[in-house]
Design a protein around this ligand. Sequence first.
Ligand code: ACO
Length: 333
Amino acid sequence: MTKLEMLRAEWPHIGLKFLGVGHALPSAGAVPNTYMERLVDTSDEWIVSRTGIKERYFCAEQTNIELAQAAAEEAMSRAGIKPEQVGVCLVATFTPDRMSPSLACMLQERLGLPQDSVMFDLNAACAGFLYGLQTARQLLLTAEPTRPYALVLGSETPSRVMDFTDRNTCVLFGDAAAAAVVELSEEKPYLAICGSRTDNENMLYCSGLADQQQGRPGGVVHMQGQEVFRFAVDIIPHSIEQVLARANLQLADIDHVVCHQANNRIISHVVKKMHAAPEQFFINLQHYGNTSSASIPLALNDMWEQGLLKPGQRIICVGFGAGFTWGACLLTW
Ligand code: ACO
């Protein structure tokens, strides 16, 4: 066996240990559906019955980096680690405050992270946090032994890229940040899949520089809801089954499933399709709406705060987003 073959053979046995999770919400407070009724032709009844969302948070003066910093500080404090021990800092986001520098680099300065560690943002839309965990796991292998921890965030301010006259989109999203501190571990099995389909770029997108160049507004989310729905209810069960097959496990062996919190109906559809127990699927989207890449770590944070996460439990996280991208992982708490 070559060294490379040996490394590849050993790599699946290197897992991830979660040391702490944290979160941050806009301080302006929860925005109920009745507020959305004043903006667009909608109703609390429509939003709750079609999505399950009851309220969400929007930043007023706050920026994405402020949410990211608060979430990172909470996660690091709960993990009991110091800034100088962070070897990798990744922020999943499609709504950075500036196109450059990255939120990760801004965090480096605000948190006092080491200068010679790896810091960058990544954009895999709502699947971003799962892409971030997978990337961090690989980067930690080459981190300095004195900096064995990765800080992985999903941090989003979708309210900055909403058309608040478009009832198809503006009622769905909310702002939030959530973070996890992880390290490599042989005791905490972890496996992940990530993928993307590139033939759907107009079904769900946030406009940008090329749109501006062509006379359209940049920085606005567009969505064909039913197409996204169809994709989601196909890819979520498929991803869960793929992860289970690779781990040689059944759904009944899993303690919690954490889907990207986009829509209650999507999750109910998946539960039915997989003949699963509804209580296996954690749901908190009623409080936050769709917070894109922050939704999965925000769910883990709420589960931890509610005392639902016990050492040794198996958790499947599964996300999907614009691209279309998707990702799923099996982690051990
Ligand atoms: N309030 C009232 N009526 C509305 C609203 C609203 N907020 N939004 C749309 N409608 C109307 C439509 O205009 C349409 O009216 P019409 O029949 O007169 O044309 C009617 O409701 C039905 O519209 P549909 O799009 O067919 O509604 P649907 O039942 O599919 O629900 C929804 C829309 C909730 C977006 C659904 O398609 C869905 O859940 N899609 C998944 C997309 C998703 O969750 N995206 C989140 C972001 S993507 C991500 O996270 C990766």
